[in-house]
Design a protein around this ligand. Structure first.
Ligand code: FAD
Length: 463
C-alpha cells in the first residue's frame, strides 16, 4: 500500500517571534498550519534575547536605587552593602522564561497549529523534511523564520574559550571580571548590566565609538557615562588570542595589551540562519550576507516560499519580525496584501543610562533635509537633586524647517527612554510637527515634559 504524504497549507520553519505570529494568524484565516521548532518555542527573544536580558537589566538597576535611597531618608541595614545572589536571579529568570514558553505553546495549540519539535529542511520547493523523525510533509506555502545565530568572528587562537550571548544566560556564577568584545547594542547592554551586578568589565571595540548608526550625541555621551561608571572601554583594538590560565582566561589584544578575565563574551553581531536548510537548491536566492532576499511582502525568489524576521536581515528586532509574520499571513491567507512599513521604527538600547531613538539621526536628517533645527535639553533629573547621582538626561529633537517643522527624529539618553520613544513614535507616524508638541500640555513634574517645552533650537543648520 502506498502511504500518501500529508499536506498542509503552510509549513513554518522556526518558532520564534516571526514564525509563531505568522502561524497563529494564518491558522486564524483558516489555513492548515504546521510549525517546526528545533529548540525551544519562543525563539531568541523569549529564550535567549530581549526578555531574559531585560530581566537582568532590571536586576542590575537596583544598584542605583540602593545608592540613591539614603538621600531619601532610607537607612540601609547595618551589615554592609546589598549583595547579589546570582542563583536566585537565574532561577527566577529561567522560571519566567519557561512560563512564557508555555504561553507561546498554548497560543499555537489554541489556534490549531500543529507543533513539530524537530529541525526542518527543504527536500524540494514544496516538501519539508523533519530531520529527527525523517517524515516529509508537502506544503502549499513555506515560511522560513529561522532567525539568526551569533557571529564569533575570525578563528583566532582560543576562540572556543569565548562565549556568545546565548551561553551567558547559562553562566553558573557571576564572573568577577569579564572581557566583552563588540560595540553594538548587545555588547553595550551586557557591559552595563554585568558591571552593575558586580563584574569588572572591559569592553573591547575595534572602532572609535560604540553604537555605530545611532545619533552621534548619544554615542558620545553614553560612552563617556559608561567609562565614568567604571567600565573600561578599549577602542581601536580587537581580541587576538585567548588562553586558559588556571580558572581564568588570558586575553591578548591587537594593541599588544593582555588582560585576565573570568569570562570572555563576544557580541559581534548575528548572521542569518540559512545554512543547511536546502534553500538554494529549492531556488531561493540569498544576498551577500546569506539572508533570504525578499520583496515588500516577504516573498522570496520562489513565489510560494516567504521569509520573515532576522533571517531576512532587514531590521533585526522582535516587533519587526512579529509585524512581518502577521503581514505575511494576512497577505497570503487573509486576502489582504500588506507590506510592512520599515520606516520610523522606534527602538531602545537597554544600557544604563537607557538610550531611545526614533526616526533619523542628525547626520542622516541633515543629508536629506538641510534646513534642520536641532532642539536639545540636557538636565539633571529631579530624582538626582537629593541624591547627587551624576547621570544627566539628554534629549534631542530634529525638526525640518522647510517642511512645516515636521519632526524627523527624536533621541534620548536617560531613564525610561525606551518607553518615551514608543509614544513619540506614534506621534511621528501621525506626522507630528513641532507645533503639535508645543500645543501639548506637559505632565508635571516628569522628564517627558521636556519634549513639549523645547523652545529654542540649540543648532540651526543652513540658515
Ligand atoms: P528567532 O526568534 O531567532 O526564532 C527563530 C527560531 O527558529 C529559533 O527558535 C530557532 O531554534 C528556530 N530554527 C532555526 N532553524 C530551524 C530549523 N531548521 N528547523 C526548526 N527550527 C529552526 N529585539 C528587540 O526588539 N528588543 C530587544 O531588546 C532585543 N534584545 C536582544 C538581545 C539579545 C541578546 C539578542 C540575541 C537579540 C535581541 N533582540 C531584541 C533581537 C530579537 O531577539 C530578534 O530580532 C527576534 O527574536 C527575531 O525573531 P525571528 O522570528 O526572526 O527569529
Amino acid at each position: 500500500m502506498i502511504r500518501r504524504m500529508r499536506e498542509v497549507d503552510l509549513f513554518v520553519i522556526g518558532g520564534g517571534s516571526g514564525g509563531v505570529r505568522a502561524a497563529r494568524i494564518a491558522a486564524g484565516h483558516g489555513a492548515r498550519v504546521a510549525l517546526a521548532e528545533a529548540d525551544r518555542v519562543g525563539g531568541t527573544c523569549v529564550i535567549r534575547g530581549c526578555v531574559p536580558k531585560k530581566l537582568m537589566v532590571y536586576a542590575s538597576r537596583f544598584v542605583q536605587e540602593f545608592d540613591e535611597a539614603e538621600a531619601y531618608g532610607w537607612q540601609i541595614g547595618g551589615d554592609g552593602d546589598p549583595r547579589l545572589h546570582w542563583p536566585t536571579l537565574k532561577l527566577n529568570r529561567d522560571r519566567e522564561i519557561a512560563r512564557l514558553e508555555g504561553v507561546y505553546e498554548a497560543g499555537l495549540a489554541k489556534a490549531g497549529v500543529e507543533l513539530l519539535r524537530d529541525r526542518a529542511v527543504l527536500a524540494d520547493p514544496h516538501t519539508v523534511r523533519l530531520q529527527g523523525s525523517g517524515e516529509t510533509i508537502r506544503a502549499k506555502h513555506i515560511l522560513v523564520a529561522t532567525g539568526a545565530a551569533p557571529l564569533m568572528g575570525p578563528a583566532i587562537p582560543g576562540i572556543e574559550l569565548a562565549d556568545s550571548s546565548d551561553a551567558l544566560f547559562e553562566w553558573p556564577r557571576l564572573p568577577l571580571n569579564a572581557a566583552i568584545q563588540g560595540g553594538g547594542y548587545i555588547a553595550v547592554e551586557f557591559a552595563c548590566l554585568l558591571q552593575r551586578l558586580g563584574t569588572q568589565v572591559t569592553l573591547v571595540y575595534r572602532g572609535e565609538r560604540i553604537l555605530r548608526g545611532f545619533d552621534e550625541d548619544l554615542r558620545q555621551r553614553l560612552q563617556a557615562q559608561m567609562a565614568a561608571d567604571g567600565i573600561e572601554i578599549v577602542t581601536g583594538a580587537s581580541v587576538e588570542a585567548i588562553e586558559s590560565v588556571g580558572n581564568a582566561r588570558l586575553v591578548t589584544l591587537s594593541n599588544g595589551r593582555t588582560l585576565s578575565a573570568d569570562e570572555v563574551l563576544f557580541a559581534l553581531g548575528r548572521a542569518p540562519h540559512t545554512a543547511g536548510l536546502g534553500l538554494e537548491a529549492a531556488g531561493v536566492q540569498l544576498n551577500a550576507r546569506c539572508a533570504v532576499k525578499v520583496d515588500a511582502y516577504s516573498r522570496s525568489s520562489v513565489p510560494h516560499i516567504h521569509a520573515v524576521g532576522d533571517v531576512t536581515d532587514r531590521i533585526n528586532l522582535t516587533p519587526v519580525a512579529v509585524r512581518e509574520g502577521h503581514a505575511f499571513a494576512d497577505t497570503v491567507f487573509g486576502g489582504r496584501p500588506t507590506a510592512v512599513d520599515h520606516h520610523g521604527v522606534p527602538s531602545a538600547v537597554f544600557s544604563t543610562p537607557e538610550l531611545g531613538t526614533v526616526g533619523l539621526n542628525e547626520d542622516e536628517a541633515l543629508a536629506l533635509h538641510p534646513q534642520l533645527d536641532v532642539y536639545i535639553a540636557e538636565f539633571r533629573p529631579l530624582k538626582a537633586t537629593l541624591s547627587g547621582h551624576p547621570h544627566k538626561v539628554f534629549m534631542k529633537l530634529l525638526v525640518d524647517r522647510a517642511n512645516d517643522e515636521r519632526v524627523l527624529g527624536a533621541h534620548m539618553l536617560g531613564p525610561d527612554a525606551g518607553e518615551m520613544m514608543q509614544l513619540l513614535g506614534v506621534a511621528m507616524k501621525m506626522g507630528a510637527r513641532k507645533a503639535d508638541l508645543d500645543a501639548t500640555l506637559a505632565v508635571h513634574p516628569t522628564a517627558a515634559e521636556e519634549w513639549v517645552t523645547l523652545r529654542t533650537p540649540a543648532r540651526r543648520h543652513n540658515t
